[in-house]
Structure formats: structure tokens, C-alpha cells
Design a protein around this ligand. Sequence first.
Ligand code: MRU
Length: 344
Amino acid sequence: MKSVQWHDTHITILNQQALPHKTEYLELKRIEDVWDAIVTLKVRGAPAIGMTAAYGLALAAQSYETDDLATFHTELKRDRDYLASSRPTAVNLFWALDRLIKSVANATSVNEAKTTLIHEAICMQIEDEDVCRRIGEHALSLFQDGDRIMTICNAGAIATARYGTALAPFHLAKEKGMSLHAYACETRPVLQGARLTAWELSQAGVDVTLITDNMAAQTMKAKHISAVIVGADRIAANGDTANKIGTFGLAILAKAFNIPFYVAAPLSTIDLQTKTGDDIPIEERAKEEVTHIGGVCIAPDVNVYNPAFDVTPHELITGIITEKGIIFGDYETKLPTLFEEVLA
Ligand code: MRU
């Protein structure tokens, strides 16, 4: 099941707002459709947002009428900025758009640039599958048969090209005949844990138990949770990590119970330009996400604070798992070394 797919005249996305009740694919034909799908969380999860935006930019560029390269670059930059305005926290969005812009910097004709953009976006999706598999292999080395592992939000196959990041070890364990039991926090207010993770893992035949977010402490104690693993939207240079709201609380609980707390993410989620978590922009979303559940109002008309993400300080993170391996502590020194080969 692919979260996003390129077709020559449009993009299709799995509508994650309709899950788990309906498995529905939407056709995105205009750049405005792509922007809207990202803003309204029809496609979500840092890598999937990046891939969709990349396809959206490639799609938009196909309709530019100019033959003049300078005009082409101006229009491309305008559309890059438009798509970049959809969501502020996941750095994969900006990483993907800028990678596309860079790919055509030396194009010698508009036609060549248009083809290159499509090619680059497709490559990104192919690479992401491989990256997620590697993350899963590394993560799996931390776990043992029978482990009960807690997660939040959905950092799974539908948030990436395949496998996911934090959910990759569960999918790989299943492939290898090993048993890992996932405890999925429902993830209020948008319920990515209940609607998406519980659905994705049960579809894949992985043992999954759903809990509400406020059951995490009791579950860690009563069910002997052996580790927590989460995805990331942006990892700052010092290791501070933005992820779905509620992640920070799980990290504090994990420390209280002396349970390891792991972050699983691709290099494209690491933002060395952002020094600490205080510099990561945190998206605030509409109050209706909190006051309503499934379209039903559950609260009086009061003020609402609805941050979509929080930042877990690096000192609460036992290890960061990337496609290049696992780093434990001293993130400020170790994170840049992950890019050495990439930059060489
Ligand atoms: O608001 P969302 O659903 O896009 O938030 C997603 C998360 O927080 C994920 O954990 C993160 O993007 C990693 S997805 C592999």
C-alpha cells in the first residue's frame, strides 16, 4: 500500500484522513490539491510529506509554458515557497523541495529540467524505501523476541515509502518470524495511533495493543514495556527531537521507569542548521481538532492550545537510529559524522 505515487498527469495519495474506515486513493492534479492534502493531513508523516511535495513541485513544473530557463527557475522557486508554506515542523518537506531545486540548477533546457524533476522525485521515493529498511534492521538489533515496545503517532509504512521508521522493526520482525508486541498510544487529538498505527500493524499481522495516551505510565508498569520507539519530524544539531505531541511525555516516563527511549529517523530528518530544539518551529493547529472528536463537539467554547508537536530534549534520548546505524549520546559531536560520507 503506497502512501504516494507518481502518474504522468497527477499524483495519487492514500487518504489517511479516511482510514481506518475507508481505503481511498485521491488524485492530486494541481499544486493547490497537493498543498491542501498536506495541510489537511490526508498525507502526513515527515518522509511522506517530503515525497508528496517533491512530486507536487515536479507536477507543477510540467505546466510551465516558458522556454526560458531563468523564467522557469523563478516559477519553480515561487511554487517551492508555496508548498513549503504547508506545514512548518517536519524538515523533510524543505529538504525534499530544496533537493529538487538543486537537481535542476545546471539544467541546459526547460525540457531537460522538467524531466529531471520527475526523475529526482521518483529517486527520492525509491531511496526512502531502502533507508527505512536499513533503519528497521538497525532498530531490530536493539530488541529481543517477545519484547513489548511502546510507540506514539504513526511513523509507519504509510508515513514513508515503505516499512516506516519507528514501525520498521515491527514489520521486519514479522518478516523474520520474530515476535515484537507494539503498544500504540492513540495520539490525541488527530488519533494517528488509533486510526493509522493500530490499522497498519494489524493489517500486517503484527501484535498491537491500543491504549489512550494517559494510560502510558500504567501500561509501562503493568505490561513490562521494554522500550519506547518513536519517529521524528526534525532532529536539531544537539539531538533535541521534535515529534508528535505526547512524545516528550513518553520520554519522561521512560526515564522514570528506566526504559530505553529511541528515536528512529532518516538523515533527511536531521537538521544541523537548527542548533537546538528551541529553534524548531512548532505547528499549532485548529482548535476544532481538540474540541471535536469524529465531528462531534465534546467541549464548551473555550480557549484551546493545540501544538501538533513537542520537543524531547536530547538527554532523554537513549539512541538515535538512522540508516547509517545507531548513535548513543553526545549527539552534537556524532550527528555531523553521519553526513561525512554523503558530503564527501
Ligand atoms: O502530524 P503528523 O501526523 O504528520 O505527525 C507525524 C509524526 O509526528 C511522525 O512521528 C513523524 O513525522 C515521523 S513519520 C516516519
